[in-house]
Design a protein around this ligand. Sequence first.
Ligand SMILES: [Zn+2]
Length: 476
Amino acid sequence: MAYIQFLGAAGTVTGSKHLVKTGSDLDGKAGFQMLIDCGMFQGAKEWRERNWQPTPIPARGIDAVILTYAHLDHCGWIPRLVREGFRGPIYATPSTIDLCGIILPDSGHLQEEDANFYNRHRKSKHHPALPLYTLAEAEASLQCFRPVHFEETRQLSPDISFRFVRAAHILGSSMVELALNTDGQVRRLLFTGDIGRVRDNHVAPGKVVRSGPTEGEIADVLVMESTYGNRNHPTDDPRPKLAEIIRQTVQRGGSVVVPAFAVERTQKFLFILKELMESGQLPRIPVYCDSPMAIKAVEVFLKHEEECSDETCRLIRQYGSPLRWPGFTFALTSEESKKINAAQFPAIIVSSSGMVTGGRILHHLMQRLPDPKNTVIFIGFQAPGTRGFTIKSGAPEVRIFGETVAIRAQIATLEQFSDHADTPELLEWLHTFPSKPGITYLVHGEPAASSQLRGAMARELGWNVQVAEWMEKAIV
Ligand SMILES: [Zn+2]
């Protein structure tokens, strides 16, 4: 007897957190309890408020966490779990652990900064505003991490084992194959985490890690993401369009601001800018990368070249570390960041967070959104409820630091830079399964995306598919 309870990423794309509980409360047999992912809710307030709720079973009673990858919507609640008493191991691939070493402390730092800001300006209804966790708590949680390499089987108990296979989303990203031996029967559970691009081609330029999630998976129960369950990515090469947008902005004396996830998306975007400049498609205007986390992540990427795509390896060989390119400035300190604000000449500013939920991008947008000469380019997913979503959807104004900021800058979107598989790619990957899973639960999608993918899977594959509901328990 075992069940999965969907504690997050059900009805939304953030807060990935799935409790797997084995053993029976009824017969008193001691079971094993684990979380697959431990992500933070982001976006709309109704979701973010769930970050303050405890786990349905006491955190100290959870035996292990298995982490698919290092974005906050999958790992960002780990320090809170540890704060609540979790003391078990957190299993992740070595590159995921390196990235968490950057991402989690940064998240703790941002939580503290936000709380301080709201307390100083008395903008919060909660007095005093508290951080979900602190920088010190985030750093302490890193002690729990244990590396597990791709395709290495790890035994959790005599009856439970798991293995990471490639998800091809970002560096270190994995799917979790979980084998439960219950009453002499092996049940195979597959958690996809976030699924990367299925094919390598020009429509997904600059992909840092190799495309192609592991094929031929077998599962009795599949728990699958559905972020782009209702979307076909454009299939044209985005680079000429990107170059055109930047050239036009520069011609009218404006600057380009690009909100980008600090890990993976920023590095990929910088390589694309470098290529466009080297090939003469872009003028050599100053590029500012204003994200200390992105700077540290560059080092992690260079350390794990074995996961990188052929294109990335070629670019690294050709141009070396982005940290040493002329014309590219990396702002580590807040003093360096402030200098960018003073720059009046056309420039390209790449900063995070990617969905404009916090971080230095807020200052850049606050300053540059009101001016129609400037352009904001979105190159990543924007969850409903985030400032990024508001700006991207053509709103006339947005709230930043408690103030109303007019949006007069040009807004552009280039979906091709996505690191997520779109619907045709997801179906293509599912076609590689040699047999139908008994049941599939769709998670990590807005309701429309999940339900459309469910329809497509039933139609095209004849699979038994359900959209997971928040807090629902599924017997496996
Ligand atoms: Zn995700």
